[in-house]
Every structure is written in C-alpha cells, then in structure tokens.
Design a protein around this ligand. Structure first.
Ligand code: EPU
Length: 419
C-alpha cells in the first residue's frame, strides 16, 4: 500500500501548470467512438487512473489507441463488440458515457452498471429518460444496462434534474438521430461545452452548449478530428485553495479564469487576493482567513467537487462557516478525518458547520473518495507536524502528479510504500 506523507507548515510559492480536465476527458474519449471514419487525436489528456481505465475499456471494445504523453489517438473504425463488461467499467462512473456513444453509432450497447466515488445515491434515471425519448429500449438485468433502438428520432427532452452526465450522454446519443433534438434544463459545466465542441469538430451540429437549452440537428455520420481538452477547473480550484491555505504567492497557469469565478469570489470573500490574467490566476494569501458560507450548486455556482478541499480552509477561518452540499448527500466523510486533525465541525444532513480553530495538527488519515483525497493533502500542507494519507487509489483517479506539482512549489510531500 502507498501513503502520502506530508511535513506540514511549509509555505508554498511559485508556478504550477494545470492539466487537462478529467471530467471532460472521460467523456471525450468515449465520444471518439462516434467517428466511423478517420482517427481522433485528443490532446491535453491528463495522466490519471480514470483516463487509463477508460482507454482499457475502449481497447476492450476494439478501438486502436496510440498514446504519446498527453496526446491520445483513437481509431474506432473497427469496433468489434457492443458489450462493455471488463472490470474497469465497474470501477468508474464515466463508463456510462459508452451507452450514449455506442447507442448513437451502433444503435445497441450493453454496459455493466458504473462505479465511481461513494458520495451518495447516484441514479441514472435522467440518462434513461433521454435515451427512451429518442426511441431506445432500455433494460437492466444482471447488473448490466442494455440499450437498443431500431432508429433514433430527434425530440424535445426536459430534464427533471440538472445532470452533467445525463446532459452529455443524451447529447451524444442525439448527434446522429433523425431530425432535431432539443434538450432543456441541461447542465452548463465547462466540460459540457468542451464535449459539444469536440462533437462539432467531428461533424456534429450542436448549438447552445453552456446555456440551459441545447439544440442538436442530427447528421449522417461523424469523422475523426484533432482536439485539445480544456484545463481542469477542479484541479485549478484545488491548487487555488492550497495556495490560499499556505501559499505566499502562487501562479496557477493554463487555466480559464472564467471557469474559476465562483471559487475566486469565495476566496476573495475570505480575504484572499486573486489576480486574473489571460490564462492564469495568481493567489496571494495573508493567512488571515475569514469564515464564509458555501452552497454547492450546478455551474456557474460553487462546484460540489471543490466543497471538500474548500472545507479544509473553513476549519481555520476565523468565525463560523456553514456549508450546504446541495448536489451529493454523502459528501462529508472527509470531515471525520479533519476532526482527527483538530477541526471543529458538526454535520446535520447536508449541512456542515465549522467553528474555526487556530491550527490543524498532523495525523494518520484516509482519503474516502477522490476530492476527499485532495482535501486531506491540503489539510496536511496546513497542519503542524506530519500527516500520513492512505486511500491513494481515490486521489490517483483525478490528480495527475500531485506530489510532483506540490513539491515544485516547495511543499514537503512524498509517496512511500508501506507493508
Ligand atoms: N441525478 C439524478 N438522476 C440522474 C442523474 C443525476 O437524480 O439521472 C442527480 C444526482 O443524484 C445528483 C445530481 O443529479 O444529485 C447531479 O448529478 P450529475 O449527473 O450532474 O453527476 P454525474 O454526472 O454523475 C459529474 C461528475 C462529478 C460531479 C458531478 C456534479 C463526472 C464523471 N463526474 O457526475 O464529479 O460531482 O458531475 O458536478 O463527470 C468528481 O470529479 O469528483 C466527481 C464526483
């Protein structure tokens, strides 16, 4: 087993490069299945476990894959099976995107039900509602979800809840449908726009991504293209919070500052200085953090994926902070670990109340999910003494080279192997 060991209390300074967005990449890679001609060359793909998992799944279906650092070339012309059932499918949430892309291209697919972080009930009823509205028969049996259609017919779909996954999945399944599909009450996250741009580069006709309504005119076929994944909003936000926690001045490079506005606004409210550039943000902290209230919301609201890292800052902010987690009902498991480090926090359902303490102290803690892992790392950087973090299999799903990036900023962090 590996652990991360952090000697806390060191200031971090300098520059850090943000990688491509995980949640865009894990949708764009399966979207490459839609190219019946030519190869897709996808650049700026982060080197993380979820990407490796998705590539294994695509290979198991018959895609040919070449990889050169952050560039991945996918040839999906010779897909040989419509059944995605290898172990990796059950390990990651994003394997549900195979349903939309395979259904779209082959009108048939079967996928074992997806896994992912244990952060609450994760229904896929809105994905199914969308597939059915387009004329698909959906069947769940023996742990797999099977979709089959004679033809896909464009239609109007109003989602009951705003869902990132359902928006992307149904958008993918409609690009080759006959006629026009209008999706309403859709998610507007940056990665929705990124996937739509990728599909358009392949020949799709999608308008409105990034607004509440997406209009898709079905086209006959899609082809390969070259495309670069957007920077990771959540990795960038995580580094902004690390900088606010224990940095003097940190420049976070290769970001789209617009995507970070809700995070910047909250940090400014806490007393942190944020300077925006074209493609970077500078975070200057004076270690005098004020308590704030945070409510997680779909984009452009405060991202749920940043709630756990942010809560670490709240443990030491002066006064009482309240967090309302409105997206996932079980995204507070990291708080038990923060209590071991001296945090004062009370949880009642989806609400967590923090009373700021002077400092955290290093402890033996566990990352219960991906963003909890990032939270533990930030807590370790801030805390007095040594923090040892286990559960790295979660952290590695979404943060490329996290120890390397933080070490370059001056943090004392290393990964060790323990028997
Ligand atoms: N929901 C439904 N029915 C559905 C789909 C979702 O009721 O059919 C509900 C969920 O229960 C949840 C809310 O809608 O309460 C939002 O879920 P959403 O579908 O947007 O989440 P997701 O697509 O499963 C993605 C990210 C998550 C991120 C959420 C919200 C990927 C692979 N995952 O999940 O990322 O928290 O959007 O922004 O894109 C992470 O990266 O750590 C992570 C968990």
């Amino acid at each position: 087993m590996n652990k991360i060991v952090i000697q806390g209390g060191k200031r971090i300074n300098g520059e850090v490069d943000i990688s491509g967005a995980k949640n865009a990449a894990v949708a764009i890679l399966p979207a490459a299945i839609l190219a019946s001609e030519g190869k897709c060359c996808i650049e700026n793909v982060p080197n993380i476990k979820d990407v490796n998992c998705m590539l294994k799944i695509l290979e198991s279906l018959g895609c040919e894959i070449e990889r050169n650092e952050s560039t991945i070339i996918i040839d999906s012309t010779n897909i040989k099976t419509f059944y995605a059932n290898i172990e990796e499918v059950r390990k990651m949430r994003a394997s549900y995107y195979l349903l939309g892309s395979m259904l779209s291209r082959f009108k048939e697919c079967s996928v074992d039900l997806p896994g992912g972080c244990a952060i609450g009930v994760r229904p896929i009823d809105q994905h199914i509602k969308g597939f059915e509205a387009l004329g698909t028969e959906v069947e769940i049996s023996h742990g797999s979800l099977k979709v089959k259609a004679d033809k896909l017919q464009g239609t109007n779909i109003f989602f009951d809840v705003i869902s990132v996954g359902a928006t992307i999945n149904v958008m993918m399944s409609a690009v080759l449908a006959e006629g026009t599909t209008i999706l309403e009450n859709v998610a507007k996250e940056p990665h929705i726009v990124d996937v739509a741009n990728f599909l358009n580069a392949m020949g799709a006709d999608i308008k409105g991504a990034g607004t509440d309504v997406i209009r898709i005119k079905g086209v006959e076929k899609l082809h390969g293209c070259t495309y670069s994944v957007i920077p990771d909003q959540i990795e960038a936000g995580t580094f902004m919070i690390a900088a606010a926690a224990c940095g003097d001045e940190v420049r976070i490079k290769n970001v789209i500052p617009k995507h970070l506005e809700s995070i910047s606004a909250k940090l400014i409210e806490m007393g942190v200085e944020i300077i925006e550039d074209d493609d970077s943000v500078i975070v200057k902290s004076n270690n005098n953090l004020k308590a704030v209230n945070v409510k997680t919301l779909p984009y452009p609201g405060f991202p749920t994926d940043i709630q756990q890292p942010m809560s670490v800052l709240l443990t030491v902010a002066e006064g009482r902070s309240i967090v309302n987690e409105s997206i996932w009902e079980s995204r507070f498991r990291h708080l038990d670990e923060l209590e071991k480090m001296g945090a004062k926090v009370k949880v009642e359902g989806r609400i967590a109340v923090f009373d700021g303490v002077n400092k955290l102290t290093g402890a033996e803690v566990e990352a219960s999910d991906l963003r909890a892992g990032a939270a533990m790392v930030i807590a370790g950087l801030m805390a007095e003494g040594t923090t040892r973090i286990s559960g790295l299999e979660h952290l590695d799903r979404g943060y490329p080279d996290i120890e390397k990036k933080l070490s370059a900023l001056g943090a004392q962090i290393k990964r060790i192997n323990v028997e």
